[in-house]
Design a protein around this ligand. Structure first.
Ligand code: NDP
Length: 260
């Protein structure tokens, strides 16, 4: 399938985890893929995509830094032409009791998860409007944009924020044929989940590594944790012509864990 041939896609946080799976999916469907992250291993991740025959580039970019975000889209355009699809996936989490939750953790979480999505959407929209060809923005929220979990008020606030950003922008840019949607992954096997399993596990009881995750997975109607490719499949759909008439939506991809 080459649904995205000649399309240029930016995926923030694309060097690993869910972001890399999204990049792989677009690469497999013929897109030019630009992945961005703060670690300098991002170019090595892009090289792995190129090894599969894809056009791919890695850019070091802290999504909280407006100048770096502008440079990300400049470099994407210079290499591959106009960006038609932008996936705001970069995210961080920390877990802590309210008395221990530092202002720094609050600010950093909102800065990456919410402001980072805002800056990327803003820059992408500016360029998509100028091109007059429409575009697709897909923001990665979380099950915690539906319901806050214990010990993560800052993360839940940041992801509820992503949902608000998505709905508001969707209304503003709909006349320009730009759609803006959000997705809420549930429990997906990545480094982030390893952290969650360890720290929530220590705080919520005497769980051995993997035990807490397993107990939560048992509550998923489909009885399995998700994988990056489960998320990537929904994103590919939202970026495709089949989703032309879908905007402002927030869709769960979680095996039925949350049904609202
Ligand atoms: P990972 O921790 O595996 O990956 C996070 C990615 O975000 C990394 O690529 C990281 O880059 C990047 N990143 C972090 N800070 C910045 C920054 N300031 N600028 C640019 N990139 C940054 O997480 P996941 O793959 O699990 O999560 C991806 C998204 O999905 C996140 O938004 C997360 O909140 C969300 N999510 C994940 C769930 C899960 O169960 N895994 C569930 C629900 C939502 P680097 O490696 O360079 O630090």
């Amino acid at each position: 399938m080459a649904r995205f041939r000649d399309r240029t896609v930016v995926v923030t946080g694309g060097n690993k985890g869910i972001g890399y799976a999204i990049a792989e999916r677009f690469a497999a469907e013929g897109a030019n893929v630009v992945i961005a992250s703060v670690e300098d291993n991002v170019e090595a991740a892009a090289a792995r995509l190129r090894d599969t025959g894809a056009n791919a580039m890695g850019v070091i970019c802290d999504v909280t830094d407006r100048a770096a975000v502008v440079e990300l889209y400049d470099r994407a355009e210079a290499e591959f032409g106009a960006v038609q699809i932008s996936v705001q996936n970069a995210g961080i989490i920390t877990i802590s009791r309210i008395e221990d939750l530092s202002e720094q953790d609050w600010d950093a979480t909102l800065a990456v998860n919410t402001k980072g999505a805002f800056l990327c959407c803003q820059e992408a929209i500016r360029r998509m409007r100028k091109s007059g060809q429409g575009g697709r923005l897909i923001n990665i929220a979380s099950g915690q944009a539906r319901e806050g979990f214990i010990y993560t008020p800052h993360y839940a606030a940041s992801k509820f924020g992503v949902m608000g950003l998505t709905q508001s922008l969707a209304k503003e840019v709909a006349p320009d044929a730009i759609t803006v949607n959000a997705i809420c992954p549930g429990i997906i096997k990545t480094d982030m989940w390893d952290y969650n399993d360890r720290v929530w596990g220590e705080m919520l009881g005497d769980y051995a590594p993997g035990e807490l995750m397993q107990s939560w997975v048992e509550n998923i109607p489909m009885k399995r944790a998700g994988e990056g490719k489960d998320v990537a499949a929904l994103i590919a759909f939202l970026a495709s012509p089949d989703a032309d008439y879908i905007t402002g939506q927030t869709i769960n991809v979680d095996g039925g864990l949350i049904m609202s």
